[in-house]
Design a protein around this ligand. Structure first.
Ligand code: NAP
Ligand code: ZN
Ligand code: ZN
Length: 347
């Protein structure tokens, strides 16, 4: 067994605190990673606070992991000791269903194994996340990290990056498309970078007037304050796609109204409460809503390789582990520019 230091939530209403546990021994196909950096996703907060249903405590969050390989099992071919490696939102899946066989492990018909807040496939080993010193993962579920520097800004690609990449790619977003990104947080800022990189005309839809200049630096051509009723009215029927990254309850109908005929809302944000959708808003313009969850391992690797080639990383604020609770409060207030990343050397 491998001793590990971490920060955990011990209940839904307590702050994260130091927690020691043991990882399983390195198996034949496993890699042991010394974690260097871990991003702070809003999903970490939703789960640590049981906002999506009862969580499994102690809960060690963290699924935007970058580190260095410290040990490999005898059968491992993808990594050697000293390589940089990444781990995202899941660490296993059934490997036999149609989704697993077609590189869509995130939609595994038997349920993917989350990086934390559940059990590994043996049904008894608790999966603990990346706010920790080390992690053991099967090599197939571990990503190659084609960067040699700025690794702290690479970590958020493992969730915020792939989650916005996948629906934009699936929809074929590119030149000639008008794309709006709703919510400028961790996911939103990556969505702006990718949509702009793919050649789309990008509009930022935000509740925060202070984020306009940043949205434009990230690649948005236009900025609409979603609380400005006149601006929202003027933007009606104008977008091919809206990528919705909002983490809090909000009225989706007001944004569906901005889609053109045949327009699609690409939904990735998961607010704790469901939204009521107006049938008329969809039907009157043949609009649709498409949900999307992270991406498969192959697609995540493609995204990382593209980012390395195009010099795309996340805009981050590096924090010490002890400052995690303050960072959570800032994320909830939409005061994040644009991803907190924990420096694990401070653990
Ligand atoms: P985040 O950094 O907190 O960003 C969310 C942004 O939404 C905020 O910065 C804010 O941007 C906007 N917002 C907040 N409250 C709002 C409100 N009441 N009305 C309208 N806009 C509001 O969160 P994140 O880490 O990007 O995650 C976003 C959501 O995606 C979370 O629910 C998370 O769980 C989910 N998620 C889903 C997947 C998936 O696979 N589908 C993967 C990762 C995360 P402005 O200041 O610009 O308004
Ligand atoms: Zn996430
Ligand atoms: Zn499967």
């Amino acid at each position: 067994m491998i001793p590990v230091k971490s920060y955990a939530a011990l209940s839904k209403s307590t702050e994260l605190e130091p927690f020691a546990f043991e990882r399983r021994a390195v198996g034949e196909m496993d890699v042991l990673i010394d974690i260097l950096y871990c991003g702070v996703c809003h999903s970490d907060i939703h789960m640590a606070r049981s906002e999506w249903g009862p969580a499994l405590y102690p809960l060690v969050p963290g699924h935007e992991i970058v580190g260095r390989v410290a040990e490999v099992g005898a059968g491992v071919t993808k990594f050697k000791v000293g390589d940089f490696a990444g781990v995202g939102v899941f660490v296993d899946s059934c490997r036999t269903c149609d989704c697993c066989k077609t590189d869509l492990e995130q939609y595994c018909e038997n349920g993917m194994t989350g990086t934390y807040n559940g059990y590994e496939r043996d049904g008894k080993t608790v999966a603990y996340g990346g706010y920790s010193s080390r992690i053991v993962v099967n090599e197939h579920y571990t990503l190659r990290v084609p960067f040699t520097s700025n690794l702290e800004a690479v970590a958020p690609l493992l969730c915020a990056g792939i989650t916005t990449w996948s629906p934009l790619r699936y929809a074929g977003v590119g030149k000639g498309h008008k794309v709006a990104v709703l919510g400028l947080g961790g996911l939103g800022h990556m969505a702006v970078k990718f949509a702009a990189s793919f050649g789309a005309e990008v509009t930022m839809l935000s509740t925060s007037p202070s984020k306009e200049a940043d949205a434009k630096k990230l690649g948005a051509q236009h900025f609409i304050l979603s609380t400005d009723e006149a601006a929202m009215k003027a933007a009606a029927n104008s977008f091919d796609y809206i990528l919705n990254t909002v983490a809090a309850p909000h009225d989706m109908n007001k944004f569906l109204n901005l889609l053109k005929v045949n327009g699609t809302m690409l939904l990735v944000g998961i607010p704790p409460e469901d939204s009521r959708i107006s049938a008329a808003k969809l039907i009157s313009k043949r609009r649709s809503i498409m949900g999307s969850m992270i991406g498969g391992i192959k697609e995540t690797q493609e995204m990382l390789d593209y980012c390395a080639e195009h010099h795309i990383v996340s805009d981050i604020e590096l924090i010490a582990m002890k400052d995690i609770n303050a960072a959570y409060e800032r994320v909830i207030k939409s005061d994040v520019k644009y991803r907190f990343v924990i420096d694990m050397s401070t653990l």
